[in-house]
Design a protein around this ligand. Sequence first.
Ligand SMILES: Cc1cc2nc3c(=O)[nH]c(=O)nc-3n(C[C@H](O)[C@H](O)[C@H](O)COP(=O)(O)OP(=O)(O)OC[C@H]3O[C@@H](n4cnc5c(N)ncnc54)[C@H](O)[C@@H]3O)c2cc1C
Length: 440
Amino acid sequence: MAKFVLIGSGLAGGLLAAYLGRRGHDVDLYERRADPREGNIVGGRSINLAISTRGIHALEKIGIADDALRHAIPMRGRMIHDKSGALHFAPYDVDPKKCIYSIGRAALNATVIEAAQCYSNVRVQFNHTCTDIDIHSAIAHFETGSCAVTARSDAVIGVDGAFSAVRKSMRSQIANFQYDENYLAHGYKELTVPPAPDGSWQMEKNALHIWPRKSFMMIALPNPDGSFTCTLFWEFEGPRSFATTKKKTDVRRFFEEEFPDAVPLMPTLLDDFRNNPTGSLVTIRCAPWFYRDKVCLVGDAAHAVVPFYGQGMNAAFEDCVVLDHCLQKFSVNRERAFAEYFHDRKENADALADLAIGNFIEMRDKTASKAFRAKKKIDHALEAALPGIYFPLYTMVTFTRIPYSAAARRARLQDLVLYTAVIIFLLIAILMVAILIRRS
Ligand SMILES: Cc1cc2nc3c(=O)[nH]c(=O)nc-3n(C[C@H](O)[C@H](O)[C@H](O)COP(=O)(O)OP(=O)(O)OC[C@H]3O[C@@H](n4cnc5c(N)ncnc54)[C@H](O)[C@@H]3O)c2cc1C
């Protein structure tokens, strides 16, 4: 069995360590932060996330889905808040049982790390920051306190997120390593709607709330303690933006104008706005994701995407399933396993990156429109009328494990057929009206 060094015990790192540990590999998992179970979790990152079919499947395969989902909250659709405070609920699927779940990042991170630690061949070291990898010999260098530490292995796997140190080492040591990073002009800030005095949720609990405002938006996901975590996605720069809205009076005015129904539910709004960091949103594409049989990238380290499809973690978990499968299939040829994993996932990661950007426009702009809501109703009607034949794109991405690239292709084809049918129908209708007019 091989010895792996994994860099990063975030969501995918913990899960991958569990998968590799189950196969009997020797695994050393290094994390730059302190143990998240000691309460010091992921400053500046989303407090909760939406998990759906792909992520749940990856947890099921290692037997921890029930445990992870114990406190998760089902969200059955989008609750759209317009400026007048009116609410419109749009279910995610024609089947009301299909839902996504709001899950706490800290609890999920603890669950996957504990799953890895069930295997005596997996060891986890916190407070170890990877500084560099020698990709030719799979040696990883760390700083821990004032000490430098070195770890030798058969292969290093970079599960160290969007700003991966492993990827940085690959960039500097692999000729022609392809790399592209693309920052959105929007940043994000997390805010809070606390529980009501009796501990209940102050808005509909089983929904993902959206305040779409064309060029920007706010969303809110429920937490098990009765609160909601809101995230404002807003331009960094511009006449009305994070840059120009700093004074308390300006912040309050902006929220009262744009999200009037939310303001009374946010007693700590001004403090949250001032104290919470403004995060950036990046899409990262790179290739290759591996170097010989020595180094491999998984999760955000390989393919960070913007969060608007709620799929970054789901895709990272799906990576773990595919890599585990490839390592088993090509157990005597790790380079082949890494190569197969890369070829399977790269096209899908690229497709997801495009879908995620597209969904930002859909969420912040189109969800507010009647035409969008009508299209969703047509989608659901067609799905019900043509079961197993017609799948809306959102359904394929969220409630199936159809590869992202195949889902995107199929949705384009479905739209083409649908729009062609509508045009033909309209042409026939116009023709018939013309014939009737002529006869009369
Ligand atoms: C605002 C926001 C909302 C999101 N919402 C969703 C959602 O609803 N659904 C969804 O599926 N996805 C969502 N995502 C995406 C999701 O957070 C990521 O895709 C997911 O966390 C990727 O997991 P990962 O393990 O690859 O990386 P991470 O979770 O980032 O883990 C990387 C780990 O590596 C560690 N690390 C980093 N550098 C080093 C180093 N040099 N040495 C040692 N350790 C290191 C980090 O401390 C961290 O623990 C969201 C992202 C954002 C920003």
